[in-house]
Design a protein around this ligand. Structure first.
Ligand SMILES: Cc1cc2nc3c(=O)[nH]c(=O)nc-3n(C[C@H](O)[C@H](O)[C@H](O)COP(=O)(O)O)c2cc1C
Length: 370
């Protein structure tokens, strides 16, 4: 069928999914963000050809904002010995090549900065996520309190004030290197049971000093990290925060706490979006996932706090993504596994939703016939 005939039969629409959106001075060509997804394939924290090809494919596939996987601020902050890092200049320079290629493909390069805390020093998922002992390539994990992640994990070392100060400085240095590498959005990983979340949750934080007790105290590390990141991250560039909006365990973080936390972050004035994930801090979590199961958290935080939110979790159908945006339930849809399944999801969704203005890479134009 000729291009003209196709247009006559299927008039173009202007779906929300493919409308540009801006955060500070950064404009994304659409409202699709690729969720950070660890590849557990680095050596010494360095990205390699796997990362380059994997990321390039999704940028060419049309996402608006491309967030690279959790990139750790120190060697002991990695989940596995094969996680990415940005604690030295060599890593920065290798990441710069990726960020520049993402930008050349029309997507916004974004980096997630992370510290694994007590979930550190485990094997890759395909090797069972088993604790790696010190002396066997592993290291001593740190956390707010000496409480193990699972009954099988060794307890982390409870962090001293000097440990906390060091981690804050590591985030500051990582933010500077992220800027130097050419990323345009930075996300602070405060979800999934990793270091910052383990301070936020009363299930994992039993401290009695200024970092324990009230939500304000438990959020102190997050606020100090954001202060440090912002000291190196220009005011014209956006900063997102990923939170776990519930721990799915009685006595843990829940939606009211997530709303209070998001309000605290919104009042700072330098956080641009809350990326609303859930869970990960406690092995007793009882989650029943269904398509879009975390969207209600993004929706409630957006409505109650008035800050932009991103919805993530089992979003895979273009119509479902469109409904989330058109219904005012979130500002971005954040896609994970579906982009591993189909790197060109965004281009396919544009066809499906009749967003005919979406431009394909010229090299692939001849494939747009289905
Ligand atoms: C292979 C894999 C790696 C992941 N790595 C990260 C990560 O680095 N940082 C993060 O915040 N979430 C990570 N996640 C969670 C995803 O970003 C996303 O929140 C989750 O998979 C739910 O979205 P989905 O149903 O669209 O996949 C990972 C998920 C997968 C499947």
């Amino acid at each position: 069928m000729s291009e003209d005939a196709r247009r006559v039969q299927r008039p173009a629409r202007n779906p929300y999914l493919f409308r540009p959106i801006s955060f500070r001075t950064v404009e994304s060509r659409n409202r699709i963000m690729m969720s950070p997804m660890c590849q557990y394939s680095a050596q010494d924290g360095m990205p390699n050809d796997w990362h380059f090809g994997h990321i390039a494919a999704r940028a060419a596939g049309g996402v608006g904002i491309l967030c690279i996987e959790a990139t750790h601020v120190s060697d002991i902050g990695r989940i596995t010995p094969h996680c990415l890092g940005i604690w030295n200049d060599e890593q920065r320079d290798a990441l710069a090549r990726i960020a520049s290629h993402v930008a050349s493909l029309g997507a916004v390069p974004m980096i997630q900065l992370a510290h694994a805390g007590r979930k550190a020093s485990v094997s890759q998922p395909w090797k069972g996520t088993k604790p790696i002992p010190v002396g066997d390539g592993g290291w001593e994990a740190i956390g707010p309190s000496p409480l193990p992640q699972t009954p099988q994990s060794p307890p982390p070392r409870a962090m001293s004030q000097a440990d906390i100060d060091r981690v804050v400085e590591e985030f500051r240095d990582a933010a500077r290197r992220s800027r130097e590498a050419g990323f345009r959005i930075v996300e602070v990983h405060a979800a999934h049971g990793y270091l910052i979340h383990s301070f936020l949750s009363p299930l994992s934080n039993h401290r009695t000093d200024s970092h324990g007790g009230s939500l304000e105290n438990r959020a102190r590390l997050l606020n100090q990290v954001i202060d440090a990141v912002r000291s190196e991250w220009p005011a014209e560039l956006p900063l997102f925060v990923r939170i776990s909006a519930t721990d799915w365990v009685e006595g843990g973080l829940d939606l009211p706490a997530a709303i209070a936390l998001s309000r605290m972050l919104a009042q700072r004035g330098d956080v641009d979006l809350i990326d609303c994930s859930t869970g990960g801090v406690d092995h007793r979590q009882a989650i029943r996932p269904y398509p879009g199961y975390q969207v209600p958290f993004a929706e409630a935080i957006r409505r109650e706090v008035g800050i932009a939110t991103g919805a993530v979790g089992l979003i895979s159908a273009p119509e479902q993504a469109e409904e989330i945006l058109a219904g005012g339930r979130a500002d971005l849809v954040i896609l994970g596994r579906v982009l591993l399944y189909d790197p060109h999801w965004a281009l396919h969704a544009a066809n499906r939703l009749r967003a005919d203005h979406v431009v394909w890479p010229v090299q692939y134009e001849r494939s747009n016939i289905f």
